[in-house]
Design a protein around this ligand. Structure first.
Ligand code: NAI
Length: 284
């Protein structure tokens, strides 16, 4: 099983980064979204991101141009018929993702690998929606995709060794570092990271210290490059709440209970950088 052609479904924040890194590594990529507007925006974003990589000396101008030329676009799933690997990066809703898996089952070859970039949905549940569950796997990229080194590879209970090996090899081929884990709530990175951010928010809630001081304590005392509250603002507090709720309900364990202040921040629309206000204020 060798991956030579790649399909990316969803041209949002993650989809355009994923398409770009595969194309920059020489893979022909077909990118699909229901919305032509999203595809147009994605092309402009990829152009800007590739231009920054040229400026930094990561790519030459010719390499950036040919990466962009390797990406074709579509508004239907039909071109996925020719792909060895399809990476899905659409809205985080189980029924939408299983719907797409059903469509791909009808369109793709039976050995096409179906990877999901989901950050919280059970891969085992997604795999169960496929007529060939052994080919379903998690490929969890991190934002911003062109910069972040890790791809968390999540094996569903049904994923075959062959599929896990092919996806690991493809991850190395795009210059990223694969690390494999079994399917579980929050996988590894979010299971560790979200409770840290949540507990920092509890410290603010209890009035123990200011957000600035909590962040600087973790930078100076734990050598973190960024404080947990600034990181929560960067990820999006709604996303952090979503992960905490997944952990809390999945494990049914009070240690994952979302902070009351985290819930209030989300209800108030203080989502972090993207809304201009979280634990800090941001120019929008
Ligand atoms: P986004 O909202 O930026 O983009 C989603 C795109 O999917 C939109 O362009 C939308 O038009 C398209 N879409 C929706 N339904 C579709 C369908 N049925 N067929 C084709 N296209 C469809 O979302 P984002 O942030 O890129 O997230 C995508 C996935 O990646 C989610 O599963 C999310 O949990 C996961 N993820 C997100 C991270 C982040 O930092 N944003 C990090 C890691 C994973």
């Amino acid at each position: 099983m060798k991956i030579e052609t790649v399909g990316v479904i969803g041209a949002g924040t993650m989809g355009n980064g994923i398409a770009q890194v595969f194309a920059a590594a020489g893979f022909p990529v077909v990118m699909q979204d229901l919305s032509q507007e999203a595809l147009d925006r994605a092309r402009a974003t990829m152009q800007g991101s590739l231009a920054r990589q040229v400026k930094k000396g990561v790519l030459t101008e010719a390499e950036a141009d040919s990466a962009l030329a390797r990406i074709t676009q579509a508004t239907t799933l039909d071109p996925m018929a020719d792909c060895d690997l399809v990476v899905e990066a659409i809205v985080e809703r189980l029924e939408v993702k299983t719907g797409v898996i059903g469509q791909l089952d009808a369109i793709c070859r039976k050995d096409t690998v179906l990877a999901s970039n989901t950050s919280s949905i059970s891969l085992t549940q997604l795999a169960a929606a496929s007529t060939h569950p052994g080919r379903v796997i998690g490929m969890h990229f991190f934002n911003p995709v062109p910069v972040m080194q890790l791809v968390e590879i999540i094996r569903a209970l049904q994923t075959t060794d062959e599929v896990a090996a092919a996806v690991t090899e493809a991850t190395l081929a795009i210059g990223k570092t694969p690390r494999v884990s079994k399917d579980s709530y929050g996988f590894i990175v979010n299971r560790l990271l979200a409770p840290l951010i949540n507990e920092a928010i509890n410290c603010v809630y209890e009035g123990l210290a200011t957000p600035e001081d909590i962040d600087s304590m973790m930078k100076l005392g734990a050598n973190h490059p960024m404080g947990p509250l600034a990181l929560g603002d960067l990820i999006g507090l709604d996303v952090v709440l979503n992960i905490m709720e997944t952990l809390y309900s999945g494990f049914d364990d009070p240690k994952y209970r979302p902070s009351p202040l985290l819930k209030q921040m989300v209800h108030a629309g203080y989502l972090g950088r993207k809304s201009g206000r979280g634990f800090a204020h941001y120019a929008t």
